[in-house]
Write a protein that binds this ligand. Sequence first.
Ligand SMILES: CC(C)(COP(=O)(O)OP(=O)(O)OC[C@H]1O[C@@H](n2cnc3c(N)ncnc32)[C@H](O)[C@@H]1O)[C@@H](O)C(=O)NCCC(=O)NCCS
Ligand SMILES: Nc1ncnc2c1ncn2[C@@H]1O[C@H](COP(=O)(O)OP(=O)(O)OP(=O)(O)O)[C@@H](O)[C@H]1O
Length: 197
Amino acid sequence: MNIGLTGGIASGKSTVASILVERGAVLVDADRIAREVVLPGTELLEQVANRFGQAILNPDGSLNRKKLGEIVFADDAARKDLEGLLHPQIRLGMKQRMQEAEDTDPGRLVVVDVPLLYESGLQHMFEQVMVVYVPRSKQLERLMARDGITAAQAEQRLNAQMDIEKKKELADIVINNEGSLTDTIRQIDHFIEGKGL
Ligand SMILES: CC(C)(COP(=O)(O)OP(=O)(O)OC[C@H]1O[C@@H](n2cnc3c(N)ncnc32)[C@H](O)[C@@H]1O)[C@@H](O)C(=O)NCCC(=O)NCCS
Ligand SMILES: Nc1ncnc2c1ncn2[C@@H]1O[C@H](COP(=O)(O)OP(=O)(O)OP(=O)(O)O)[C@@H](O)[C@H]1O
């Protein structure tokens, strides 16, 4: 079986994913695939550099993610262009890895961490969708602390995504990650037990 794991930026998806992995799940991580598809030497990185300029490359030819992030989170049209280039390959990578995981061990829970699951309308790929929820104020607080960015930069990133309250409404399973890690672990264990895993 599989679940799609989503939420807002810095709501705790990676935290929840690592707990699920500790409980025996196998993880497919869309953010990781998103990094792999633009590694130096890929045709896709060349296309990104053609669209955004050579200045978004580091001297060693790798993608300067910070610089590209500053461009695309301040400009909706630029972000859509980047998504148009990257999303088809990210989706393909996700499908391949989900298939590999299911073929290797059909009984195992496959957790697919997809930050933009609802924004991209990918619900159909999953048996159930789990949303890691924290209120917007906590999302901002944790994002600023983790990435060392200003409130204005954090607001820009949040505004590029569907509102977390809406995601919570759409979810099949909600993990509330506002409280302590212990509280979150308890909710995950409840889910695991309910599935008989
Ligand atoms: C703009 C980029 C280079 C910034 O890289 P950076 O290392 O700073 O961030 P990282 O990739 O770790 O993403 C962190 C978080 O930002 C959010 N985010 C990333 N891309 C987007 C986007 N297009 N729209 C809204 N939120 C986004 C997600 O919550 C993600 O988990 C990078 O995010 C990117 O290539 N984005 C486009 C691909 C994409 O849509 N990825 C997210 C879904 S797989
Ligand atoms: N229950 C919690 N209590 C306190 N801090 C937490 C809790 N859960 C997560 N965090 C912290 O909040 C930050 C965001 O969590 P995490 O990186 O798991 O979010 P994410 O949703 O995977 O982020 P992104 O969308 O950027 O990939 C991290 O610094 C993490 O350590």
